[in-house]
Design a protein around this ligand. Structure first.
Ligand code: SAM
Length: 249
């Protein structure tokens, strides 16, 4: 499978496997990594994890129309190993002090913070994304939050050119029909998160999905590179970035 690339005004979407594509980048290229990997979660056991992503993550009928996405059926040990592997490569091609932010849910939170540190990043904290809504279950707490684990490639000076940013984001999931991806993240939240990267730094999203991070980066004037394994989503991301960047111009 060879990478196919779309480029538009400082935004690149590469269709390929991030594990392989990241290895082709030179050392210290990126100013920050902002991403939302497949959680390989949404299930309590290995059998349930093998279900399609639509079965695991879509409750509303209209959402079943979204195509499934890749890489979501690993068991917890192989997921953690795989995460450690690409996170190590991503660190090599990140500048000293570069920030990293990774979306995750409650089930994989401990594995992610292990993988991040095994890969040599400094773990600096966990942000909360309050989705404001979730399936109500009697006698249970609502699972209405997801998390963003963040860290840096070594020492991160306090005089970096980046603003004070919130630790909690309150924003509902993008609604259909505007939504393109089953697990699409809100553009407004991404536009805040990318600001942790110093101006001019190239942002890498190795799991671009419908391109939310890359569009947010462009709207905030960062150059950005996204990698996406699925043909369908790589094309959707490229189209969305072009349309989104043009309408904001
Ligand atoms: C959680 S989704 C990202 C959604 C994205 N944040 C958005 O707002 O649209 C993760 C994406 O990673 C892609 N993916 C899974 N394994 C991959 C791999 N090895 N290389 C590149 N992309 C991969 C999936 O196809 C999926 O679209």
């Amino acid at each position: 499978m060879f990478p196919i690339e779309h480029s538009f005004r400082g935004a690149r979407i590469i269709r390929g496997d991030s594990l392989q594509v990241i290895r082709s980048f030179p050392d210290a290229l990126f100013g920050g990594i902002i991403t939302d990997p497949p959680y390989a979660s949404g299930a309590f056991d290995q059998n349930a994890r093998q279900k399609s992503t639509a079965q695991k993550y879509s409750s509303a009928k209209q959402n079943c129309a979204f195509p499934d996405f890749e890489g979501d059926s690993k068991d917890q040990r192989s997921w953690t190993h795989w995460m450690t592997e690409w996170l190590s490569d991503a660190r090599r091609c990140s500048k000293d002090g570069a920030p990293i932010c990774l979306f995750i849910d409650w089930r994989q939170l401990p594995n992610l913070t292990d993988a991040l540190q095994w890969a040599g990043w400094i773990w600096r904290g966990v942000l909360v994304w309050d989705k404001t809504n979730s399936r109500p279950q009697k006698g249970r707490f609502r699972q209405q939050a997801e998390f963003i684990v963040w860290g840096s490639n070594g020492h991160m000076p306090t005089d970096r050119d980046a603003p004070v940013l919130p630790g909690v984001f309150r924003q509902s999931m993008p609604a259909a029909p505007r939504r393109i991806h089953q697990t699409e993240k809100p553009l407004e939240v991404m536009r805040d998160i990318v600001k942790i990267v110093e101006p001019g730094g190239i942002i890498l999203d190795p799991f671009a999905g419908a391109g939310t991070t890359i569009l947010a980066a462009r709207l905030e004037s960062y150059p950005a590179v996204g990698i996406e394994l699925s043909d369908y989503y790589a094309n959707a991301a490229a189209k969305r970035i072009e349309t989104g960047a043009l309408s904001a111009a």
